[in-house]
Design a protein around this ligand. Sequence first.
Ligand code: FRU
Length: 581
Amino acid sequence: MKRILTVMSLMAALAVAGASASMAQDVQGKPLHADQLANDNWLLRVAPTETSKYLLLPVEEKAPEARLKLIVDGQLRRNIDVRMALHKIDYFVPLMLDEFRGHDLVMQVHMNIDRSNRGGTASEICWQNIRLSDEFNMTNRERFRPLYHHTPVYGWMNDPNGMFYKDGVWHLFYQYNPYGAMWGNMNWRHSTSRDLLHWQDEGVAISPDAHGAIFSGSCVVDEKNTAGFGAGAVIALYTSAGDVQSQSLAYSTDGGRTFTPYAGNPILTADVPDFRDPNMFWNEDINAWNLILAVGQEMRIYSSPNLREWKEESRFGLGYGSHDGVWECPDLFKVKNERMKSEKWVLVCNINPGGPFGGSATQYFVGDFDGHKFTCNSDPQVTKWMDWGKDHYATVSFWGAPQGRRTVLAWMSNWQYANDVPTRQFRSANSIARDLGLFNDGSEWYVSVKPAPEMLAARGKRLKNPAEACEIVVELKASATITLANAKGEKVLMTYDDDARIFSMDRTGSGEVGFSEAFPCTTKAPTHGRLRQLRIFVDRSSIEAFDAEGRFAMTNLVFPSEPYNSLKVKGGKATIYDLID
Ligand code: FRU
């Protein structure tokens, strides 16, 4: 992993325990004085001669967001929102000072607290604890941090963005908050992988600008230089979320490491509030680019010769599928059924709320697309879900995956409680990579979801009992129950009902479940036929169950107080494989 920094043990201890006021005094680094101004404002100065790498800001997650204006040479460089600690320090977040080196950095902080209720002034703990430092610990120090799922090195993550594959490398960008482990300050951060299992942090790739925060979007590799930024440039389209939502373009001529925002931004505007998450692709059928955008409760489809100028072609969605929430994060691509030599277009539509078990989920439509109009093959009232768990959202696919694969990642959480899950150093992981296909049941086409082949390569030695990171393969003949448990009596109960053809997962007693009323639940999936083999992927805080043939997937978070180490299977035969020894 590319780590910019070394370990600092005191910081680690603070972050694990949740620093108390006295412990916070132990943080190394030079304290930085702040001046109290009128009306809830403070002023901090970092001198041009300062050489430290970071300004460490103390965060308390229950505090309101303070607004920090970063002013360089009298000009506003940007605003950031930080939950500056009032009573206790949960952890520190680093502000990187590189970009300000040699200049006066003046920070004006507006605290957003009602001082009349706080009995006096200047009692907030943050003011004695802001530090200049050369060190910030990015090593994993949390027990719920997954061992083989992608997570941010610190801070908050939601949707996967701009995923593409090039020259043997999988690129993943994602919605990212560098200034806390809760949603806010949206940037795109970047990770890369050669095997979809081991990820390297590549740092922040696109930061908010005057057009707004950087919301979700997509990337393509413009091999033919249609956009004019050079052959092979990586082009990103994303939503600029300011006072309004509009679409912006940024290009990279170094393979996706750094991006330059296009001077002509925004490239696409509308007169509606929810207008976001552009997903573009080259459509060889019409020899042009297509773009699909989520607009309220429908999708708009566009075409372009050059990725900069887009023409609206059609709209899809009114009256189709689930409308119990806002439509977000679309995708549109072809998938195949090799055996039947069939090919269909799939329109992916993430929806929040309105999922089958409450909150966020991924629905999709199967149909035909001629580059102009998507026609759904099902009746309007038919709703199809790509995953039947509670923690599978914002699913989109990689551009340019090899061998014609359609490989996707989801954000493994749910907006109902994503900000409240019991982690601190980071929040949220991605699902394992999955490859999509096509199957039919009666007259309906469905998307098949299988673990990516890289997951087979990750299998290690056989184990007697489940480990923190393992795959459990269960051969089934008829109905079965599968119980994963630990010595504390915490358990996850999975059942397959061969008569009803239903698979279910009950996490009500799985460990820590009390942080949200919406968390404890049992999720159920139709199996579209008899289940023969189950593949269950266990990591420190997640369980993903698949029919080996791809006819259902179910993804659920779990937070056991100690790892599940016993497995009981009635009605089937289990083999356990260590993953990533
Ligand atoms: C989905 C979403 C997107 C938006 C992003 C903002 O989870 O709401 O629609 O672009 O998150 O972080």
